[in-house]
Design a protein around this ligand. Sequence first.
Ligand SMILES: Cc1cc2nc3c(=O)[nH]c(=O)nc-3n(C[C@H](O)[C@H](O)[C@H](O)COP(=O)(O)O)c2cc1C
Length: 363
Amino acid sequence: MASTRRDFLKNSAIAGAALTMSNPKRATAQDPQRQLPTPRAMELMEFFGLKYPIFQAPHGGAGPDLVAAVSGVGGMGILGGTRLTPEDARRAVATVRARTERRFAVNYILAFDSASLPVVLETGAPVLHFSWGLPTKEMISAVRGAGAKFGVQVANASGARSALDLGADYLVCQGVEAGGHVQSSIALYELLPKVLDQAGKTPVLAAGGIAHGRKIRAALLAGASGAMLGTRFVATQESLAHPDYKNVLIKSRGSETSMSVCFQDGWPGATHRSLRNPTLERWEAAGSPPVGRRPGEGDVVARRSDGTSILRYNFASPQRDLRGAITDMALFAGQGVDDVRDLPSAAELVARLWAECLDQSSR
Ligand SMILES: Cc1cc2nc3c(=O)[nH]c(=O)nc-3n(C[C@H](O)[C@H](O)[C@H](O)COP(=O)(O)O)c2cc1C
């Protein structure tokens, strides 16, 4: 009986969300200032043909299954392209395209080589999503030549200005609350107005610490065109993240995350937010020593299915094919991890986030 009532409430919320989508004025007629989706969100959705102003951030677990599922229901899925060989990148893009006709993006972290970018465009990736740097003029002409769009994740107003001057189709404003590698040192709601001031009509998505629909609503009502969520999508059924990592996420709190350079092997000096775990605790207890003097530095903490090993301070987050001390590895998480309490499918999650966003009674 209880589950029937739960199902009814859940389905009503989703149906309500769908109704409001078709008639946005209906649910919020009394307060036009809080009308959802906002005009800026509607412009973003129209620009990319989306049903929801929700982007799934790129991360190690964002393979073709997750990306196709998010884009397939009308959000924007983003593949991690940086570490793929050109052949793997071609296969990944082709797989997503075979599963959905909707738009999706491929991410390049510009602190690294982006060798597979031409192949990704040639295979028909419709959107390129750049972070940790600005694309070169050559990259932009390749993107435009292929008829694709591009966006840039930024961490301050001058980064936003530079990306806009290059013609970015959208920006992502990353706040310091974010999980994973964090470019920003500024809180999301301190930075967002500054980026919006630069952006004019160009869409700006908010990122960092958002894992519940009420926080998407807050971002939209603060002027963002949409929200990009990373940690929340790591804990989904389709995510390639290791089950032990997902299970730790659903029990953790934002106050258990920490910014450091602990897991820097593979990306020297890059600041990241991760969950406190034995490796981080031990490194801090030793006075956060530099590379070469860290405790347990040569330990093999896990092995891949091909038998290759991963050492303790590696920058990669654990994926499903690993065996070993998974929870000693980099467990990236944003401050919104308090709202990650289950492992839904991506489709269920996107519908739920949007229903929560429209439910003005939840604050
Ligand atoms: C596990 C994990 C891996 C990430 N990997 C990438 C990445 O490969 N490229 C990138 O641009 N951002 C990456 N990010 C950061 C996201 O772009 C985004 O800024 C962040 O997830 C937003 O904060 P949230 O995790 O609190 O939602 C990653 C985040 C997480 C949690």
